[in-house]
Design a protein around this ligand. Structure first.
Ligand code: GLN
Length: 203
């Protein structure tokens, strides 16, 4: 923990951590890249980026980060995960690689690469609870969806049209958020702002 403004760590094992860091910096939040247990111990919150959840899991195991991450989850560290980050935060992963690890930071079951081939990557306008103003333009890239949620989890957003209409793509549980899509890639800072505000209110 730190004195002053809370520092938001960005897990920097793999994926688009630079884009998350830039979005947080634009909001004026102090940030730090996290690759080691010591770096993890020095932050007040953690963002897990989009990328490839199996690669992130493999690197986390190799670098001795799984246990520290699980301890951080148990200690209540606020977290936000986008896409692969959502998969890493899940309690259960469907269609994952058998050895892939997840942190159970959220009481959700996610289905990896859920949207299927035709719509591997697509964009949609979404209303997200807690995000004020016009709908968000959401970018999905081989994205997961949330198959089911536990009683403590609030559904913040669902796909509204097309074959996947009704599927859950944004959730919150206490100080933790996850989205199937990538707000770090569109310049729309409202999901990051929601997270930064959660972290600031908590500290
Ligand atoms: N399909 C990826 C995975 O399984 C997630 C894709 C993404 O983060 N854009 O981790």
């Amino acid at each position: 923990m730190t004195v002053g403004a809370p520092v938001i760590g960005v897990l920097a094992l793999q994926g688009d951590f630079r884009e998350h860091r830039a979005a947080l910096a634009e909001l004026g939040a102090p940030t730090a890249l996290v690759r080691t247990p010591a770096e993890l111990a020095s932050v007040d919150a953690l963002v897990i980026p989009g990328g490839e959840s199996t690669a992130m899991s493999t690197l986390a195991v190799r670098l001795g980060m799984i246990e520290p991450l699980c301890e951080a989850v148990a200690a209540g560290l606020p977290m936000y995960g986008s896409c692969a980050g959502m998969i890493l935060m899940a309690a259960e992963v469907l269609d994952g690689r058998p050895d892939q690890q997840s942190l159970a930071a959220l009481d959700i079951v996610v289905r990896r690469n859920a949207f299927g081939r035709q719509v591997d990557s697509f964009e949609a306008d979404l209303d997200i609870a807690g995000v004020v103003g016009e709908p968000m333009r959401a970018v999905f890239i081989r994205a997961p969806w949330v198959e089911s949620v536990g009683p403590e989890v609030e559904v913040l957003g669902r796909v509204s049209t097309g074959p996947a209409a009704g599927r859950i793509v944004a959730v919150r549980q206490g100080d933790r958020l996850a989205t199937s899509f990538h707000p770090e890639l569109t310049g729309d800072l409202r999901v990051h702002e929601l997270f930064v505000n959660l972290v600031r209110e908590r500290s």
